[in-house]
Design a protein around this ligand. Structure first.
Ligand code: NAD
Length: 468
């Protein structure tokens, strides 16, 4: 694309940010608060333009982008501005150390790491670029933001808006794809915050290892939904509603979308029937979701081709949906049952509106199934059984565990968000975002007058030096 950042400019951009960081310009709290307010203004004053750009990229209804992305960034940038004074507080250790060390003013200071790189994906292009950014601003860092080339309308709008609101000597957008990102990775940063898939995360890790750059990796993978007895008919109906709502948001292109369902055989047929009812209620128009303005489209031809090829290859049985429209890149919400072990739908993260359903015998069957697989970003579980919940909580590993809903975790500002194992490491949202970009520096100031206390450490050693 013509507006990509010229490769030769990239090292110069990073060098200019380093000069700014060294000058101390981004460190005063008043500066950080002002930039955070400006970030909130950027999102609020351009809400419609941003949602329109995302609609052009993803076909996602504008209301969804305003609720899930724009609104969250406005709110969280403002909370950050309010709380940053508290987060940067130096921890005074004087009351905690040995009596003879008290005069040394031992303390822990939250220091900005320096110049950081934020690499964002296309599926929630705004929040996934700007959530790390508010953390970096609050921390007192300078930042390069590299949005995804796949969400090109959004990325280009961000590159236009950011300089109108934020200090251009401290925060820059670099536009581009693999080549530009590869060039960025040749340059030394003080932290890299990457959100995207695990294959690219391995390349980022490799590049970061050259400079020993610390990383946050926000990845995805296959997040399961468990449907386990006891579950009353009314709970089962709500479970189906919440699961299929979670699967159809952004046409399933969400890192925390329910990927597949593990269901006890006793619940399977009612579950499918309930999903059918709720889908009809969500998309009542003739032609269903494919004709609905409230249903998103697949982001690119290659992702559309990947998903439709999987639907052609699966050995499972399609019981709901299964149609697609090449012109609009739409794929119906599609439920597939009798999916055999090793099927294409059970290999990689689906990242689309296809829901395989696999039968497992009760909680023990579900635990055995999960045991052999990578740790997911989130596990969703629907059951009325408190003992079942306890067993799941103590015997599974995931970034988040949610009972009774999908996506409830992302609505809670206070919860840390992130993965474990193959779904990534590091955390974000508010203070957790800030924490990525600071390091805890121990500071001690030993008075010259304390020499008598220290005398015993110097040679020549005597029997007295060993007395504690
Ligand atoms: P993407 O294709 O937009 O890639 C992400 C970023 O990596 C982009 O900025 C892109 O330019 C860059 N990139 C791509 N190839 C590269 C390469 N070879 N070298 C260097 N940089 C490269 O997005 P994606 O990876 O398809 O995003 C979807 C994935 O992200 C899914 O796995 C999803 O689960 C995950 N995800 C995770 C979170 C989270 O917060 N944990 C959020 C959203 C998406």
């Amino acid at each position: 694309m013509s507006d990509y950042t010229p490769i030769a400019e990239i090292p110069k951009i990073v060098a200019s940010l380093r000069t700014t960081f060294r000058s101390g310009h981004t460190k005063p709290l008043a500066f950080r608060r002002h930039q955070l307010h400006q970030l909130a203004r950027l999102a609020q004053e351009n809400a419609d333009a941003l949602a329109t750009a995302i609609h052009l990229d993803l076909g996602r209804p504008k209301q969804e982008s305003i609720m899930a992305e724009v609104g969250a960034i406005v709110e969280r940038s403002l909370i950050c501005a309010e709380k940053v004074g508290e987060w940067v507080q130096t921890e005074d250790l004087e009351g905690k150390v040995e009596v003879w060390q008290r005069g040394w003013r031992p303390r822990v200071v939250k220091e900005a790491k320096g110049v950081v790189l934020i690499i964002a994906p296309w599926n929630y292009p705004l929040i996934l670029a700007l959530q790390p950014l508010y953390g970096a601003i609050a921390a007192g860092c300078c930042a390069v933001i590299k949005p995804s080339e796949i969400s090109a309308h959004f990325s280009s709008l961000l590159a236009t808006l950011l300089p109108q609101y934020l200090d251009t000597s401290a925060y820059k957008v670099v536009l581009g794809g693999v080549e530009e990102t590869t060039e960025l990775l040749q340059v030394k940063f003080d932290h890299i915050f990457y959100t995207g898939n695990a294959r690219v995360a391995r390349l980022i890790s490799l590049a970061a290892s050259h400079f020993l750059t610390p990383l946050t990796l926000e990845l995805g993978g296959k997040s399961p939904v468990l449907l386990l007895p006891p579950l009353s008919p009314s709970s089962l109906s709500l479970a189906a509603k919440r699961i299929i709502w979670g699967k159809t948001q952004n046409a399933g292109q969400i890192c925390v979308a329910p990927d597949y369902v593990l269901v006890d055989p006793s619940l399977r047929s009612s579950f499918i029937a309930e999903i059918r009812t709720h889908l009809q209620a969500f998309f009542p128009e003739e032609g269903g979701a494919l004709k609905s303005k409230d249903y998103g489209r697949i982001v690119s031809e290659s992702h559309f081709g990947r998903l439709t090829a999987m639907l052609e290859r699966t050995r499972g049985r399609v019981v709901l949906g299964g149609r697609w429209d090449v012109q609009s890149r739409g794929i119906e919400p599609t439920v597939v049952v009798d999916v055999p072990e090793g099927d294409v739908l059970l290999e990689d993260e689906l990242f689309g509106p296809v829901l395989p359903v696999v039968e497992v015998e009760g909680v023990e069957g579900a635990l055995r199934y999960l045991e052999d697989r990578e740790h997911p970003l989130v596990i969703y579980a629907f059951t009325d059984g408190e003992e079942v919940k306890k067993r799941l909580e103590s015997h599974t590993t995931s970034g988040t565990l949610v009972f009774g809903d999908t996506f409830a975790q992302v609505a809670i500002n206070e919860l840390p968000f992130g993965g474990v194992g193959e779904s990534g490491y590091g955390r974000q949202v508010l203070k957790y975002s800030f924490d990525n970009f600071v390091y805890e520096r121990g500071v001690v100031d030993v008075p010259f007058g304390d020499e008598p206390v220290l005398a015993m450490r110097y040679p020549p050693y005597t029997a007295e030096s060993l007395e504690f």
